[in-house]
Design a protein around this ligand. Structure first.
Ligand code: SF4
Length: 238
């Protein structure tokens, strides 16, 4: 595997794995056990939002999943009286939000919000609030550049794949997303200047919503898959 990009909550790498395996790892991201607010009791809500809307917003606030295991239940409270936005940082208790400044609602002077929330462990396949992030992939392409290729393709490519070096056009193949715009452009000029050939390798991107890191998403997705396969093989043996 070759890491090609690492940003906050996001990593992209090249992997020499079969597409069907990458697809099952992608699907198993939603089988990772994740803690999220699952039940809310609202004892006071003077804000302009309905109780149901506040409950929905609370459910979608990513919580830090530190030392969380299946079956865990954690209590959180939110008590706000001050004028202005109520933010996720005001949730206090046995778990904490991954981001402090997620707006929940707005209070005017003299208004209050009182909530008791229960966070439980669930899976993204049940509801999106338990989803830890996204995994997606595409093929790494091989780009063949003909010597008659028009130089204008350097400016045509929306992802700046091409540049000129020593009077030759070269391509950074890792950036190409296979839109074929350059191929069409060359064809319109009556030339077969560019050929895009998918390779066996995949460019995989993992993005985290904040509950666990992107690295853990990839690792835990494989662990969940292994666990299910183990259960399945036990049943076959029986
Ligand atoms: S296929 Fe699209 S992204 Fe790839 S090199 Fe051509 S124009 Fe750029």
């Amino acid at each position: 595997m070759e890491l090609i990009e690492k940003k906050e909550n996001k990593m992209t790498f090249i992997a020499d794995i079969d597409e069907s395996l990458a697809n099952v790892i992608r699907r198993y991201v939603d089988q990772i056990p994740i803690l999220a607010i699952d039940e809310v009791e609202i004892s006071k809500n003077d804000s302009p939002l309905y109780d149901e809307t506040i409950a929905h917003r609370l459910g979608l606030i990513p919580l830090k999943n530190e030392n969380v295991k299946e079956g865990d239940e954690k209590k959180l409270t939110l008590s706000s009286k001050k004028e202005g936005y109520v933010y996720s940082e005001e949730l206090k208790g046995e778990a904490s939000p991954a981001y402090n400044k997620i707006p929940i609602t707005l209070l005017n002077k003299g208004q209050e919000l009182e909530v008791l929330a229960t966070a439980r462990v669930g899976k993204g396949s049940e509801h999106v609030r338990f989803s830890p992030g996204l995994l997606y992939y595409r093929n790494l392409n091989k780009i063949k550049i003909d010597k008659n290729c028009p130089k204008e393709i350097i400016d045509i490519c929306p992802l700046n794949v091409f540049k000129e070096k020593n009077k030759e056009i070269i391509a950074d193949e890792k950036k190409c997303d296979d839109c074929e715009w350059c191929v069409e452009f060359c064809k319109k000029q009556g030339k077969n200047g560019i050929e895009i050939l998918p390779t066996e390798k995949l460019i995989i991107t993992v993005e985290s919503f904040g509950q666990i890191s992107e690295k853990e998403i990839f690792k835990k997705s494989i662990e969940s898959l292994k666990k299910d396969l183990k259960e399945f093989s036990k049943k076959i043996v029986k």
